[in-house]
Every structure is written in structure tokens, then in C-alpha cells.
Design a binder for this molecule. Structure first.
Ligand SMILES: Nc1ncnc2c1ncn2[C@@H]1O[C@H](COP(=O)(O)OP(=O)(O)OP(=O)(O)O)[C@@H](O)[C@H]1O
Length: 615
């Protein structure tokens, strides 16, 4: 199982996250917001107007109290009430317009970010995917992007709207009575200090929670995909325990967030309320002394009350902004990972029959990027030449690096040192697309996608026609496809789990051969087949192999017999190359590896390695 990249419990992860500026991080969203900036700004302007309308209510109230009410004029009171109603309706309509303006553009921002993330994930090297847990990637592509969209729709707008409303409100308050206005302003400074401290603490908790959601997603994903193993080994309790532990941890972090939020909301509500109480007492005294009109006091208090929501909301708007900053940071952590290099422009001549010299490994050295520094490279110094048109079997003890070596040919990993050439051209200098049309691969673990049989096979050669598809299915002895409900159009279900292991392996083999590739790399392609099917596949595969240059990882003599020559991989090097018979005679390690297997087939007449001859 790949390790989680950003373990939620790793405190080292939290320090830089907390130290990075949330504003700087959020500014990185600009390229995505740019296309919708006009609509977003329009919506924000509408919201500012709507919010500032709430400050007109107190002015109308002051007019009603000091005018029609004082003058006992019912007509004037009705007029004032009508004005208040009109203001209320206008405010509601403007807020509705704001929502309508931003809903569609912001959904497109989220979709664009998700599209970019997906594209980028496809282009990241296999080494990246080895390192990162899939749940972490899933949560970044789903929950985190939703948090970002909500931030653009709500907190970002309302931090601006409420900021403008608060400033405008205080200007009005001070204009109405500067002494009382200053009393209300008194809590501003302590509130700012508290909000600043809250933000840094909340940033750490938000980061931890979002990483824990990623960990939880990984456990759920693994439990669903590994349901057969879990049930087969009766591990549902331990899985449930692992899930419960992570859930509990997440719950703890969410409670920490809630506590922090409750604290700041309490302070943000309490301090202004106390200031308002003080202003009310002072104002009443002034009205009693005749220094202030009752209408002005009503207007003053109404303005102060109209500012309650903009002030109270600052706490959770800041909290949501912090969560959005964390989500943005997590998004860009993936986006900042370098994509696999494309390879230089074609150096050397294009592959031709004339200049063909097959597949060459020259001084190839490879160490996994995430391997411990002190560890030996998996492949130390590989020199191997698979001649053009030849089939070379690769044999070695389990874990010696056979799969690793085959993965280097389609450049799933970058070489640490040395070079690999295809018909004389360095694969490092080829465009990946070209390389992957030249080289076809089938891995030991056959991977299928939730698509039809045909779509899965044709992934090997998009432009292949129905005849090529039938031929490939024939080579792989995948006759079972005809018995499926919709033949090659049948959906194989998630990861092809509706098929047997052997069926999946045959479809993966068909995918490798469908495009009649020039170079074939097969990692133990027949391991899941019964001996009869294996013999049939081998017979058909020989024809395909005769037209390709192939490297075939083999554990069994039956697979070795497909090859013209055999290379023995041991201790990170190719220690022997020869025919099956030669190695059996001369190499004790090879003899040992092949012992216990069905050695009778080595003398299998014309199909034996000797039958094909060495080139
Ligand atoms: N992504 C990885 N990161 C670090 N080490 C790895 C990674 N993948 C494989 N290894 C290590 O590289 C070594 C070679 O693995 P590899 O899968 O190539 O062996 P193999 O010869 O194909 O084995 P088998 O015959 O069992 O399939 C092993 O020690 C393995 O632990």
C-alpha cells in the first residue's frame, strides 16, 4: 500500500502550512478566477449595494420617529413603512441576483480546476503515484475543490461586502454621534488581535482535518476494493477498527476546530454587545438630558444592530477562508509536482527495418526514487541486447527486479544511469507518445477499467479495427468473450472484477498485442492460465512474437519456451544469456530456478527453444 503523502498526524507538515500566508496561497487561484472575474465582481458589487441598503433602514426610521411620529402624522408613518418594505424587497432581490450571477461561473471554476488536476495526475510519473495514497488524491479532487468553490461563492464575497458595510456603518454612526460611535469602535483593536491569533491556530487544525479526510478516504477505498480479502480473512473487525480510529481522530480535530470557532464567535459577539450596551446607556442619558433626539438614538441603535451580522459573521468567514487556503494549498501541492519529462526531440534516425538493432540496455542502473539512501540500487549494471525480431525471456529469483526492468522500457520510471535504445534510438530522446506506440506492455497484474471488453482491449491501439480486435482476442485465446451477454461490448465492471483472473490476464494480453507493436514487453503474461489454455495461448503468441522484438518475464519453463534466448537477472545484473538448454547445462542458479517446474516441456519438439533456434 502506498504511504499517505501528508500524514495527518505528522506535525512537521503542519508548521509550514500554518506559516504560509493564506492570502498568498489564495491568490494562486487567480488564473482560474480570471475568466469569470467580471461576473464575480458584478455579483460582489450587487451584494455590497444590497448590504449597504440595510444601513438606509435606520435613516428612514430616524425620519419616521423625528417626523411623522413626533408630529402625529399617520400618513407619514404609512409612507415610512412603505419605504421600509420597498427597501427590504430590493435587498432580497439584489441578494438573489448575486447568487444567480455567481452560481454558474463558480461551478465552471471548480470544473476547470478538477479537469487540470485530473490531467496533471495522468502526466505525473509512476514514482509519484507510488508515493501518494489514492485517498489523498481523491479528497483533493473532490472535497477540497468544493471548499474552494464555496469560498469563492460566499466567504470571499462577504468578507468584502461585510468589510465595506462595517466601514460605511461606522462612518454613519460617527456622523450621527461621534462620541457614541467611538464607544462602539472601542472593541475593534482587541478583536483584530484575537482574529489574527485565531487564524493561525485554525489553519493548523484545518490542515490536519483535511489530511485526515484524505486518510479516511484511503481506508474506505481500500476496504471497498479489497472486500474479498477482508471477507475471506474475516478482517472486517480490524478494518472497522482502523476506520473507527481514523474517524475518531477526525472527530477530535473537528471538535478542536469547533472549539476554536466557538471561542472566537463568542468574543466577536460579546465585545460588540458590551460596547452596544454601553452606548445605549450613554445615549439614553443624553436623550434624557435633551442633548440627543430620540430619532437619532433610534437611528444610531438600528445602525449598530444592522452591523451585528456583518461583525458576527467575520469569525466563520475567516474560518471558511482558512479552510479554503488549506484546500488550495493541498491542490497546488499536487499541481506543483513536476510532470514526467517529455523526452527530447527525436535524436537519431527514426526506427526503420534497415537500421533495426532491437532493444538494448546499456549500463542501466536504477534505484527507486523513494528507496532509502543507504539501499543498493535494484538494477546495478544491466547490459543486454534483445536482437531485432528476437524474443528474450527474463528469468530471475522473485524480487530481483524483473518487473522493474520491464517497466523501464516504456519509461514508466526514469533511469538512474545508462540508456535503453530501440532500434538504435535512445528512449530518453523520444516523445513519450511515440515511445508508447512502439512499445506495448502487459503486466503480471492485469488492470482493466470499467468499460466494455472492446474498449479495454483497444486501449492498446485506438485506431485498430474489428478484425484486429478479433485477432488479438484470438491470440489471447479469449473465446470466453463471445459467451458474455453482449460479447465484446460487455461491460467488465470496476477493475474487471466480474471476470476471472485468467480472463482478465487474457484481455490484458490481447490489449498488448492488438496493435501488432514493434516491441512487446510482457511480465509473466500467462501466470494465471491453466496448462491447456496456456499451451493454446503460447501457440498463438508465437506468431505475434515472431513479428516483434520481445522481452518476456518468465517464471515457468513453459513461458521460457516461447523465447529464443534467456537472460538471467541476479543481484541487479544480467549474469547469463543463452538458450534455455545452454543455461540449464551451464548455470546452476538457472537450473535451480527452473527446478521443481515442469522440465519435461523443455524437450517439446519443434516449439522448444532449440526448435526456434537462436539468432
Ligand atoms: N515502487 C517501489 N519503490 C521502492 N522499491 C520498490 C518499488 N517497487 C518494487 N520495489 C523493490 O524493487 C525490488 C524489485 O521488485 P520487482 O517487482 O521488480 O521484482 P520482480 O523480480 O519482478 O519480482 P517478482 O518475480 O516477485 O514479480 C524489490 O525489492 C521491491 O521491493
Amino acid at each position: 500500500m502506498p504511504t499517505t503523502h501528508a500524514p495527518a498526524t505528522d506535525p512537521d507538515q503542519l508548521v509550514p502550512a500554518a506559516e504560509q500566508s493564506a492570502v498568498r496561497t489564495l491568490l494562486r487561484l487567480w488564473p482560474y478566477v480570471r475568466p469569470v472575474r467580471a461576473r464575480w465582481a458584478g455579483a460582489a458589487a450587487v451584494a455590497v449595494v444590497a448590504s449597504c441598503l440595510s444601513l438606509v433602514f435606520p435613516i428612514v426610521l430616524k425620519w419616521i420617529v423625528d417626523g411623522p411620529v413626533t408630529d402625529h402624522d399617520p400618513g407619514g408613518v404609512w409612507l415610512g413603512a412603505g419605504m421600509l418594505l420597498a427597501l427590504g424587497v430590493t435587498e432580497a432581490l439584489l441578494f438573489g441576483l448575486r447568487r444567480w450571477l455567481v452560481a454558474r461561473p463558480l461551478a465552471s471554476v471548480e470544473a476547470a480546476m478538477r479537469g487540470d488536476l485530473y490531467r496533471h495526475l495522468q502526466r505525473l510519473p509512476v514514482a509519484f503515484h507510488d508515493r501518494w495514497a489514492s485517498g489523498q488524491l481523491l479528497s483533493r479532487g473532490t472535497t477540497d475543490l468544493m471548499v474552494v468553490r464555496m469560498f469563492l461563492a460566499f466567504p470571499l464575497t462577504f468578507l468584502i461586502v461585510n468589510g465595506v458595510t462595517i466601514v460605511a456603518g461606522f462612518v454613519l454612526l460617527i456622523a450621527q454621534d461621534w462620541g457614541l460611535g467611538l464607544v462602539l469602535l472601542a472593541p475593534a483593536l482587541p478583536l483584530m488581535v484575537l482574529c489574527y491569533r485565531f487564524e493561525s491556530k485554525y489553519a493548523s487544525a484545518a490542515r490536519r482535518a483535511q489530511d485526515q479526510v484524505g486518510d479516511l478516504t484511503t481506508v474506505v477505498e481500500e476496504s471497498v476494493l479489497g472486500i474479498r480479502i477482508i471477507k475471506g480473512f474475516g478482517r472486517h473487525r480490524s478494518q472497522a477498527r482502523a476506520f473507527r480510529d481514523l474517524s475518531r481522530m477526525l472527530r477530535g480535530t473537528e471538535l478542536t476546530k469547533a472549539r476554536l470557532l466557538a471561542g472566537i464567535l463568542g468574543v466577536i459577539t460579546l465585545l460588540p454587545e458590551m460596547a452596544l450596551g454601553a452606548a445605549l446607556v450613554l445615549g439614553s442619558v443624553q436623550v434624557a438630558d435633551g442633548k440627543l433626539s430620540a430619532g437619532t438614538l433610534v437611528a444610531f441603535l438600528s445602525t449598530a444592530l444592522a452591523l451585528r451580522w456583518p461583525i458576527d459573521s467575520i469569525g466563520f468567514l475567516l474560518a471558511m477562508s482558512q479552510e479554503a487556503a488549506t484546500a488550495t494549498r493541498r491542490f497546488f501541492e499536487v499541481m506543483d509536482e513536476p510532470e514526467e519529462s517529455e523526452g527530447g526531440s527525436a535524436a537519431g534516425a527514426p526506427a526503420t527495418e534497415d537500421g533495426a538493432d532491437g532493444l538494448r540496455f546499456e549500463g542501466v542502473r536504477f534505484r527507486y526514487p523513494d528507496a532509502p539512501d543507504a539501499s543498493e540500487p535494484v538494477l546495478e549494471r544491466i547490459d543486454l541486447h534483445v536482437r531485432s525480431g528476437e524474443t528474450m525471456a527474463l528469468v530471475g529469483a522473485t524480487g530481483c527486479g524483473k518487473t522493474t526492468l520491464t517497466a523501464l522500457v516504456p519509461r514508466l520510471h526514469e533511469l538512474t544511469d545508462g540508456r535503453i535504445t530501440l532500434d538504435g534510438r535512445d528512449i530518453g530522446s523520444m516523445e513519450r507518445e511515440e515511445l508508447r506506440t512502439l512499445v506495448s506492455v502487459a503486466f503480471e497484474e492485469p488492470t482493466l477499467f470499467s468499460a466494455s471488453v472492446a474498449e479495454n482491449v483497444l486501449m492498446g491501439a485506438v485506431e485498430a479495427d474489428a478484425a484486429q480486435l478479433d485477432r488479438a482476442l484470438g491470440v489471447a485465446q479469449a473465446g470466453f468473450v463471445q459467451a458474455l451477454p453482449d460479447a465484446a461490448g460487455t461491460q467488465v465492471g470496476e477493475q474487471g472484477l466480474s471476470l476471472s483472473g485468467g480472463q482478465r490476464q487474457r484481455l490484458a494480453l490481447a490489449r498488448a498485442v492488438v496493435g501488432s507493436p514493434r516491441f512487446l514487453v510482457l511480465d509473466d503474461p500467462l501466470s494465471a492460465l491453466d496448462v491447456h489454455t496456456e499451451a493454446l495461448v503460447e501457440a498463438a503468441l508465437r506468431e505475434v512474437l515472431a513479428a516483434s522484438t520481445a522481452l518476456v518475464v518468465a517464471h515457468r519453463p513453459s513461458t521460457v519456451l516461447l523465447a529464443d534466448r534467456v537472460a538471467l537477472l541476479s543481484g541487479g545484473r544480467i549474469t547469463a544469456v543463452g538458450t534455455h538448454q545452454e543455461l540449464l547445462r551451464a548455470n546452476a542458479e538457472y537450473r535451480h530456478l527452473m527446478s521443481g517446474a515442469d522440465l519435461e516441456r523443455e524437450d517439446d519438439g519443434p516449439h522448444g527453444p532449440e526448435g526456434k533456434g537462436t539468432r
